[in-house]
Write a protein that binds this ligand. Structure first.
Ligand code: AMP
Length: 178
């Protein structure tokens, strides 16, 4: 059993993105893995944890006090940790997870993706960092980063540190492979 931290959108998104988050929550729970999340119960974050618990899973939500109302704290979470700062939230999310999956999201999700990814290629941690992208949401970003690798701004081995997949089952397998 592993604990997988899932980063995803906190803003309104269309049904297929909510369904993707639900599918990930369900798949992790059915495989017996713990879901670590940002502790909100809105948008994809909410779909993720709701589906995980409906499938009998254990969820750990970690949310800063200042966002409890804004992100509708996931009061039904198996564990809900309220932190004083965003930095504490991120540290605890990282510490509690054995691997990371990023789904489509906004600036907050991107920030979390880049932090875990850079931490990985710099050797700060050895946890799997997975991007689940079935809708090519991240294609422009990945194209740009590949382009940067031809000019030396991004090393190929840094790109290789991120496992990109378009299937939920592969994402779960990669993220729990440590
Ligand atoms: P977003 O992708 O912008 O919808 O945000 C997704 C999640 O990322 C939300 O729970 C935000 O609170 C969180 N978030 C936003 N900014 C940051 C940050 N600087 N560090 C960590 N999490 C963040």
């Amino acid at each position: 059993m592993s604990a997988v931290c899932v980063y995803c959108a906190s803003g309104p998104v269309d049904q297929r993105y909510l369904d993707l988050a639900s599918e990930v929550g369900r798949a992790l729970a059915e495989a017996g893995h713990v879901v670590v999340s940002g502790g909100g119960n809105i948008s994809m974050m909410g779909a993720l944890v709701t589906a995980a618990r409906e499938s009998g899973g254990h969820t750990i939500g970690i949310i800063p006090r200042a966002l409890v109302q804004h992100e509708v704290a996931d009061l039904g979470s198996s564990e809900l940790v309220i932190t004083e700062t965003m930095r504490e939230r991120k540290r605890l999310m990282d510490e509690r997870a054995d691997g990371f999956i990023t789904l489509p999201g906004g600036i907050g999700t991107l920030e979390e993706l880049f932090e875990t990814w850079t931490g990985g290629y710099l050797g700060m941690h050895d946890k799997p960092v997975v991007l689940l992208d079935p809708f090519d949401f991240y294609a422009p970003l990945l194209d740009w980063l590949r382009e940067l690798s031809t000019t030396g701004f991004v090393a190929q081995r840094s790109l290789d540190r991120l496992q990109v997949t378009d299937t939920v089952s592969e994402a779960v397998r990669y993220a729990t492979s440590r």
